[in-house]
Design a protein around this ligand. Structure first.
Ligand code: SF4
Ligand code: SF4
Length: 452
């Protein structure tokens, strides 16, 4: 009897010897997939597109074929299936075989030309043209906040002009984040309150620092209130997460090296990160730097010191804040925290430690909101479908406020709720903790009223 094609293919590889795989794809990681399909029910793009090629199993199969030269990396169908992936890594959590899907996908994307014009533009303007350049980013951040401060966002949104701009979706001005054009820089050292328990570095980041500078300040406060000296990096750096997830390997590698250098030699017990995508990326610098033998080991050592902010605070024993925030709060799991870093319990523990907060669970809190790095810019239609699911589940949860732990998710969900006409604020877990420790800045009205 004729064997199914998959068995034929595997036997052929075993019999004939595996052809030399494409450089840059680790075939050991690819072969971990046994094509069982248990990940399919957890894959948002499979649910949206109903196509095996847009499932984790289908993508692993195609990556193997491309690596072995059986399909071209620039085959348009291959490109579509690779770039239509959220890279949310929900399949990793579901997989019984331990497939490191995120790493394999990033290796595959590094070989695969961008799928469409939008993708090329996002890479040129944002990933390579803006984020790695501190001064340009400062100017763009100032402009963005100035437009929000002058309340021009709604006017510009209504004008429709942003639809013709390459990064139009960014310009939709979600109702979250900082609005003051002028930022008060964080101190190079925020000293520990009470007995010192640790000396930590804090990644302030690129987009995070421009749009959520207040969250960085409250993260530093929360760490200091828990006995940590908080040290900033010697220069402001982008960790390379967005570039890496998009397959811009060279840019990601360069930014990984710069980030390590910026924290080097400061005698730190840990490097704390409050952006899930950045933390996940920085915990995998060994993979990022796989082509740079001398730095690869240093990357692995650096990664061992990286902690998400909630993860770190729970690890050292969180000191409960004293101020009451009597609100019903739902937590949205960022993919790169729950699937990328396997951190599920700690942010919920932080929220439950804040007096007054009633934590409610929303359906599918660990499903991607469609932000997915730069995905909402490159593939807005599929992203919108995921966002619509998310908004529905948030509304059904009855929460008065949403907490999350990643700037991309906070922007995307804030925008989705605003467009659907729901006045439910989206904030970072560290915002709530900072307010409960006594910071009174930037509280949304519902928080101000609850704390009055
Ligand atoms: S990625 Fe894991 S769960 Fe999905 S098909 Fe492969 S082995 Fe099975
Ligand atoms: S990373 Fe997410 S979107 Fe991509 S295959 Fe896995 S589950 Fe599906």
């Amino acid at each position: 009897m004729r064997q199914p094609a998959s068995l034929d293919f595997k036997r052929q590889l075993e019999r004939d010897g595996v052809p030399a795989p494409a450089a840059g794809i680790d075939m050991d990681l690819v072969r971990d997939c046994i094509h069982c399909g248990l990940c399919l029910p957890k894959c948002p793009t499979f649910r949206a597109l109903h196509h095996e090629g847009d499932s984790p199993r289908g993508r692993m199969w195609q990556i193997k074929e491309a690596a072995l030269g059986l399909v071209a990396f620039d085959d348009p169908r291959f490109q579509a299936h690779i770039y239509q992936c959220f890279n949310c890594r929900a399949c990793e959590t579901a997989c019984p075989s331990g497939v490191q899907f995120g790493s394999v996908m990033e290796m595959a994307r590094a070989q695969t030309p961008p799928q469409n014009r939008r993708d090329r533009m996002v890479r040129a303007l944002l990933l390579n043209g803006l984020l790695p350049h501190s001064r340009r980013l400062r100017t763009a951040g100032w402009l963005y906040r100035a437009i929000r401060a002058l309340r021009l966002a709604a006017l510009l949104r209504r004008s429709g002009i942003w639809r013709i701009l390459p990064l139009g979706k960014f310009a939709a001005f979600p109702p979250v984040g900082d609005t003051s054009p002028r930022q008060v820089p964080l101190a190079a050292l925020t000293p520990a309150q009470g007995a010192r328990r640790a000396r930590v570095g804090l990644l302030t980041g690129c987009i995070q620092d421009e749009m959520f500078h207040g969250t960085n300040r409250r993260t530093a406060l929360a760490l200091a209130m828990n006995g940590c000296d908080v040290v900033l990096p010697s220069t402001r750096v982008c960790c390379g997460a967005l570039a890496s997830h998009a397959g811009e390997a060279k840019t990601a590698e360069r930014l990984a090296g710069a980030t390590m250098d910026a924290f080097n030699g400061q005698g730190l017990d840990a490097v704390v990160v409050n952006a899930a995508g950045c933390g996940s990326n920085m915990k995998e610098y060994e993979v990022q730097l796989r082509n740079d033998a001398p730095r690869r080991e240093a990357g692995a050592a650096f990664s061992r010191t990286v902690r998400d902010a909630s993860e770190f605070l729970v690890e050292i024993g969180l000191r409960p804040p004293s101020r009451l925030i009597p609100l019903r709060v739902a937590y949205q799991d960022p993919c790169h925290l729950v699937h990328g870093q396997k951190i599920h319990r700690q942010p919920r523990h932080v929220l439950e430690t804040i007096p007054g907060i009633e934590l409610v669970e929303m359906k599918e809190s660990d499903w991607c909101c469609g932000s997915a790095g730069v995905y909402n810019l490159t593939h807005p239609e599929i992203s919108e479908e995921a966002l619509a699911w998310k908004v529905r589940h948030i509304v059904d949860s009855g929460a008065q406020l949403i907490a999350s732990a990643n700037p991309g998710c906070i922007l995307q969900i804030g925008m989705g709720l605003q467009r659907a006409g729901h006045d439910i604020p989206v904030v970072h877990v560290m915002d709530l903790l900072g307010w409960a420790y006594g910071d009174v800045s930037q509280r949304p009205p519902v928080v101000r009223q609850a704390m009055a």
